[in-house]
Write a protein of this length. Structure first.
Length: 184
C-alpha cells in the first residue's frame, strides 16, 4: 500500500492520528492542509493540538500556524486536553514567558516556556555543534540567547504539557516588554 492509498483510507475512516503519524515532524503540515477542511470543529481543534505538539519547529510556517490557531471555528478549548485546560486555568492572569534561541534566530516565535531553565536548554541545543545543531540546520558558533516577556493568559492560544517539555503557544504580537540576554 503506498502513502496515497494509506492517506485515502485514513480519510475515509476519519483516522486523523494514523494519517499524521505517517509523516515526519516537518511534513505534518502537508496532510493537515489537505484534510482540516474535512474535519468537524471538535476534530479540527483536537488534531491541531496533536499536530502542533508533534512538530519540532513551527518557525518556518509561523504565519500559517497563527491562522490555524485563530480560526473562528467553535470549540477552541479542545486544542488542549482536559488536563491541560485545568493547568492553564490554574495559572495567574499575567504570565512571564521565556524563549531560547540563538542571536540572529527567531526571537519571537509561537512556543514559549514558563521556566527560564527550559529556555536556556533550548538556546544551548540550538547552538551546540555536537548535538541538535545539525538537526536544526543552524550554523556553528551561534550565541545562545533567552528572551523574556509578559503576556495576559487570555491571549494564549494553548498550554501543552503532553510531551516531555511544556509550552505556552502564543501569537508573539501579544507579548509585552521583551528583553533578551545572553546565556552562559
Amino acid at each position: 500500500m503506498n502513502i496515497e492509498a494509506i492517506k485515502q483510507d485514513c480519510i475515509a475512516r476519519r483516522d486523523w492520528g494514523t494519517l499524521f503519524g505517517w509523516y515526519g515532524s516537518h511534513e505534518r503540515l502537508i496532510p493537515w492542509r489537505e484534510v482540516h477542511p474535512l474535519m468537524t470543529d471538535a476534530e479540527y481543534w483536537e488534531n491541531l493540538g496533536d499536530v502542533f505538539t508533534m512538530i519540532e519547529s513551527s518557525g518556518p510556517h509561523q504565519g500559517e500556524w497563527i491562522r490555524y490557531f485563530e480560526s473562528k471555528r467553535p470549540g477552541r478549548e479542545l486544542v488542549m486536553t482536559a488536563e491541560e485546560r485545568e493547568e492553564l486555568a490554574a495559572m495567574p492572569d499575567e504570565l512571564t514567558l521565556y524563549r531560547g534561541y540563538f542571536r540572529g534566530g527567531r526571537r519571537a516565535g509561537l512556543s514559549w516556556s514558563l521556566n527560564p531553565k527550559t529556555a536556556e536548554e533550548f538556546a544551548g541545543r540550538a547552538t551546540d555543534p555536537r548535538g541538535r545543531r545539525a538537526f536544526f540546520g543552524l550554523p556553528v558558533g551561534q550565541i545562545p540567547m533567552v528572551v523574556t516577556g509578559r503576556i495576559a493568559k487570555r491571549d494564549a492560544y494553548a498550554w501543552f504539557s503532553r510531551r516531555e517539555e511544556s509550552e505556552l503557544v502564543v501569537n508573539p504580537r501579544h507579548i509585552r516588554g521583551m528583553r533578551a540576554r545572553r546565556v552562559g
